[in-house]
Design a protein around this ligand. Structure first.
Ligand SMILES: [Fe+2]
Length: 443
């Protein structure tokens, strides 16, 4: 199968090539292009089975590539790999001609889904599972560590292990190997898959952070990568430390971002629901906290880490979307027994996960356990009222409900309707009051 990768971000193309070679269970030949026009040239010269293409590129857009494929009646399957979704641009990306969509930033997950779609539809020639896959020095350098044991090919059928999985790949290593012929470093297919996945997640994060992205996109991308990592490895001290560092860094960024006036303008939300929610919720807590006297980065860190952990044990988006406990009770019959149990346990589960984090400020456990309390004392699990919940919990709960409303309503969101609804439910009183007044004054 011949695959054409098209993206102006060359590092991303390198990583995607590596991902395809390690995960696609077929003889794959990869060609690469850094612009739409370059891709069109390759399509005109060669029979390409699959074209994985970015949308926004300086010299020829993704839509130009698809237009060429349609006009020339090529059999090439077109996959859009972008933050743009085809259904947002039906003129440029007619559904009948788009084989699949990979939504950035989750390139790793998207490629895995694409692979299973291809496996179910296309007859692919399987290869020996014991095969050695070449890894370029460039990809190793991007990763900074060996994603698995690395072998040096010394003769046709003879390989020697030169680096252990997870070992640091130094500049000296690069120097040493760059003097040798190309394609002499390999890893074994199917070996240490978890480690490979983890290193890839980190490398993708690095690449994405390099791009000149709006703050909200950076936060969403980092969140998506961390959640992917947690899914692979579970929370352990290493992952907790990485998450903590990333949230600390995000808070540094957020605290320097402009306040309310520019807030909505700079906001683009990409990725899957939990990442969007985390990003918007964190940014909204910052807007509120910076207006309140006890503003500090430590406070923002508490709220951002809480936003990160609040629903991490839930795997159903419809549970994450619920604004408060009342809404959960009203919709309970929509959920399975397992989902109901998970929802009832999730504040406590978040607190348990928090115990893996070292050297963190106090109060976060309180925010997490109180995340679904309500002003009238009808929330859960403690049935606290507006005066009994913590001051930070008040900010966290109200900004969380606001973020969920904004994501649910999109462009039809009206602040004045939201304020009226919240006031009616008592969210303007007690420890909700301060945050309520600030949100009410938002433009
Ligand atoms: Fe929750």
């Amino acid at each position: 199968m011949k695959v054409l990768l098209v993206d102006d971000e060359t590092d991303l193309v390198e990583i995607m090539e590596f991902l395809i070679q390690t995960t696609f269970n077929a003889e794959v030949v990869v060609e690469k292009a850094n612009s739409g026009n370059e891709a069109i040239k390759l399509l005109s010269q060669d029979k390409i089975d699959l074209c994985i293409c970015d949308h926004n590129m300086p010299n020829g857009m993704g839509s130009d590539v698809l237009k060429y494929i349609i006009e020339k009646n090529l059999q090439t399957k077109f996959v859009l790999c972008s933050t743009v979704v085809p259904k947002e641009k039906p003129q440029e990306y007619p559904a009948a001609h788009v084989y699949f969509n990979i939504q950035k930033p989750d390139v790793g997950g998207g490629l895995a889904k694409l692979k299973s779609k291809l496996d179910s539809e296309v007859k692919v020639s399987a290869v020996d599972s014991e095969v050695y896959i070449p890894i370029s020095l460039y990809v190793l350098e991007l990763m900074g560590r060996a994603p698995a044991d690395i072998y040096l090919r010394v003769s046709e059928n003879h390989y020697v292990k030169v680096l252990k999985g997870d070992e640091v790949f130094t500049a000296d290593d690069k120097m040493k190997y760059s003097r040798k012929p190309l394609e002499m470093l390999f890893l074994k297919r199917g070996e240490q898959q978890e480690l490979i996945d983890r290193q890839i997640a980190l490398a993708l994060q690095k690449i994405m952070e390099k791009k000149d992205l709006p703050l909200s996109d950076k936060l969403s991308i980092a969140h998506a990568q961390l959640v992917e990592l947690i899914k692979f490895t579970g929370i352990n001290p290493e992952v907790a430390e990485l998450s903590k560092k990333n949230i600390q860094q995000s808070v540094n960024f957020i605290s320097k971002a402009p306040l309310i006036a520019d807030f909505w303008r700079g906001l683009s939300l990409i990725g899957e629901y939990p990442s969007k929610l985390y990003t918007l919720h964190s940014m909204l807590t910052s807007v509120v906290v910076r207006k309140i006297v006890w503003n500090s980065e430590a406070t923002q860190f508490k709220l951002s880490l809480s936003a990160f952990l609040q629903d991490i044990s839930l795997d159903s988006i419809s549970l994450m979307e619920l604004c408060d406990y009342q809404e959960f009770l009203a919709n309970e019959d929509r959920f399975s027994r397992a989902e109901i149990r998970r929802f009832n346990e999730h504040p406590q589960k978040s607190v348990e996960l928090l115990s893996h984090f070292k050297d963190i400020p106090a109060d976060i456990d309180r925010i997490l356990i109180e995340q679904h309390e309500m002003p009238n004392g009808e929330g859960f699990p403690k049935k606290l009222n507006a005066l009994q919940i913590g001051a930070l919990s008040g900010v966290f709960i109200l900004t969380g409900i606001l973020a969920r409303h904004v994501l649910r309503d999109g462009s039809s969101f009206e602040l004045k309707d939201f304020i009226k609804k919240m006031e009616g439910k008592g969210y303007s009183k007690g420890n909700f009051q301060e945050a309520f007044e600030i949100i009410k004054a938002m433009k």
